[in-house]
Design a protein around this ligand. Sequence first.
Ligand code: ADP
Ligand code: MG
Ligand code: MG
Length: 213
Amino acid sequence: ASRNAAATVHKVLEVLAAEIDTHADELGRIDAVAGDGDHGIGMRRGSRAALTAAAQARDAGAGARTLLARAADAWSDKAGGTSGALWGVILANLAEALGDQGKPTAAAVAEGVAAGAEGVIAYGKAQLGDKTLVDALVPFSDTLTAAVLAGRSLPEAWATASEAATRAAAATADLLPRMGRARPHAEKALGTPDPGAHSFALITAAVAATLAE
Ligand code: ADP
Ligand code: MG
Ligand code: MG
């Protein structure tokens, strides 16, 4: 609670990159079931680049919005792949909602996440049930917004939303992929969760633990 907003953003990106690092092999295996197996590699490259860019901005004295905007650009530039572009969209929308001055409210964070979800849908054209990142991101966003409107603090609301994302990501195992590289091999993906939904849920859970500190 004593950290300023830019320091919190940096810490969140650090925790995110560490969580991806820990799970990179697993993410690659899941993506190899019906996709091209590079989800762990791409997420690792993107999240590391995002952290480096955020650290540079922080060291230059920038605020939360600038840190996230630089991280968004670095992630989509360096990651390659569909998920890198989509994480760039998520972070860029969060940046806009947070601003550079003062401590962002829970409502601002929820608005940023909601804008990120809309941005991902506009960019990738996936709908709920297509077995993508969207299937974890939308329940996460809806639950976060509802909890914030109900008066929960950001750490509480984020934790509840993260649980919803984790359940939703697991439930993608029962879906057939209708977008992305897994689509031509859709049958093979039955019984395995969507890699992008799974990594999204891992990230939100790791961030929940940090926000609760
Ligand atoms: P690539 O598919 O380019 O190899 P990754 O393996 O890093 O990229 O990411 C794959 C993930 O990207 C999928 O599991 C899915 O969650 C997400 N994805 C793919 N296409 C879309 C889309 N059109 N909209 C939303 N998410 C998508
Ligand atoms: Mg892939
Ligand atoms: Mg690929």
